[in-house]
Design a protein around this ligand. Structure first.
Ligand code: DX5
Ligand code: ZN
Length: 216
């Protein structure tokens, strides 16, 4: 399977959002990564429903929605109606994770689970067969532009072993500090999908950078 590149719109220019969405549409990117933050689960607030609606209107690719919010189960239907294709919740925000994952799938979308940097892969042992995607945070969630945490390689290896052992079909996605220096080793460790925010949008030629990441 070829590498999936998911530019994070958190790093886009919100004054020129349509332009940046069209750039992703026309690029070799595969998904749009949408970061939803509530100021409670993480110490930052990003954007909400009207912006997601506007993104959906123009985006022609898979919407990969990353919920960094408490009690995400309250909004599953809302995000399904807004057009999310993949809905990822945080393990740390879900005391009833199995139930939340089942609700996401029942609403007709793919279910992802995300782990903070300190959360070990072993917590997924009894849910891995139910999820479509695992999002490993390679920075502490809340902000773009942070430094990649090196322990991520070990976690990707642990997750790849768990997936192989169980026969799970889950995709492995990594989020935070992804760039042209770490993508190749991450790919070798078994990552399927890469979120890239500042590395793409802070570049003078984002289309070219997407193409570069895609070809590594
Ligand atoms: C961080 C978000 C990321 C962020 C990545 O909490 O989940 O998706 O946008 O940004 P970069 O690629 O700049 O680390
Ligand atoms: Zn994210």
């Amino acid at each position: 399977m070829s590498t999936i590149i998911a530019p994070s719109l958190l790093a886009a220019d919100f004054g020129n959002l349509q332009r940046d969405i069209e750039m992703v549409n026309e690029s070799e990117a595969d998904w749009f990564h949408l970061d939803i933050m509530d100021g409670v689960f993480v110490p930052n607030i990003s954007y909400g429903m009207p912006i997601i609606q506007a993104i959906k209107k123009h985006a022609k690719k898979t919407l990969d929605v990353h919920l960094m919010i408490v009690q995400p189960e309250r909004y599953i239907e809302t995000f399904a109606k807004l057009g999310a294709d993949i809905l990822t919740v945080h393990y740390e925000a879900c005391p009833h994770l199995h139930s939340t994952v089942q609700s996401i799938k029942a609403s007709g979308i793919k279910a992802g689970v995300s782990l903070n940097p300190h959360t070990p892969i072993s917590v997924l042992e009894d849910i891995i067969l139910d999820v479509d995607l695992v999002l490993i945070m390679s920075v502490n969630p809340g902000f773009g532009g942070q430094k990649f945490i090196e322990n991520t390689y070990k976690k990707v290896g642990d997750l790849r072993s768990l997936i192989n052992k169980t026969g799970s079909k889950a995709l492995i996605e990594v989020d935070g500090g992804v760039n042209d220096q770490n993508i190749s080793a991450l790919k070798k460790a078994g990552v399927d999908a890469f979120v890239a925010g500042s590395f793409v949008f802070n570049h003078k030629n984002p289309t070219e950078i997407i193409s570069k990441l895609k070809s590594i």
